[in-house]
Design a protein around this ligand. Sequence first.
Ligand code: MG
Length: 410
Amino acid sequence: MPENSRPEKIWALILAAGRGSRLAAAIGGLSKQFLCWRGVPLYWHAARTMSRSAVVDGVVFVFPPEHCAAEEETLHARDDLGLPWLTTAGGALRQDSVRLGLAALPRETRYVLVHDAARPFLGPALTRRICEALRRGASAVVPGLPVTDTIKLVDNGLVTATLPRARLAAVQTPQGFDLNLLRQAHRHAQEAGLTVTDDAALMEAQGHDVHIVPGEAANVKITNPEDLALLAGGQTMPRPCTGMGYDVHRYGPGRPLKLGGVPIPDGPEVVAHSDGDVLLHALMDALLGCAGLGDIGRHFPDNQARFEGISSAILLDQVLEMLYGAGVTLCHADLTIVAQTPRLSPFREEIRKNVARLLGLDKAHVNLKATTEEGLGFTGRAEGIKAYAVVSALTGAAPSFSASIPSPDL
Ligand code: MG
């Protein structure tokens, strides 16, 4: 059933209101849910996973009251969750934050998933497992893993009992609930002054069955300073990226043919607003592709007088500046020119060397091919020329997601 036609909506609460005192000292007083990992705060990862699961209809983020306005602004600027979302201010205890989050849910919500922002590694399959169990009629569903350690009850430094390991489960979030029943359970807990560490315990106290589905070993909670090692890889590892570019120019009265910044004497002229260097145009589009920055038409529109007749080498330089600004380091370019005429082999090495120079790359990392299309199509009829470029690069440290929150020094 399409997502928006499901009658009974499932929303998720992402709890990001805690102070994380066990970790705060290790990360300069920052609350762990605001740690920047892979370019976005920890709390954003679980929300993305919920969105990818295709079974969650919306998300409520619960933040510390003093962070609420700033985070809401950042989320609006980001605007890439693909789900409706709201923010609300949390309370002193986790339990208070859940109660306040439940109060913020839209009226049509039937089921709710309660998730800790400090568990960024959950997978969409786990989210789906919980939602399916709710839709099959369960009132409360928690993910659990078998316990591998032997667990003892301890009193005053003395073991008083050994618990039967086969009957124990280590329970994670997200935990899924029938919303009305969870609201009632929270009301009762507030009246009775009952304090618990997860919502399932409140449902147990009300006599509701709590069902267990298999949890995920990777779905750990970032709790202690040593857990930061789990984030270190994503924080520092450069990631490869690839860009592809393509361009065509028609032969006709206009600009003398230039390829990769190299004039081709006696070649046909090309129709163009700029200098018509088809190879550098394809290359610039590939570079912009690496950085997710659109295409050259967006940056250098061909209806603007200031780009008339401009050397493409100047435009390329501006594109490279944009790439550096985006933290992208260029590695390699593979280029192909397709033309029936002129013959390009006499110029190939010079073009290759010039492109390497313009890119600031070793010549070994620029490859240039020239081919015909065997007399077929518009290049075959010598009506024009085309070029393809594929560029690989590394993205370094991602730009900070929120200027208001310093990126921790891990
Ligand atoms: Mg062009």
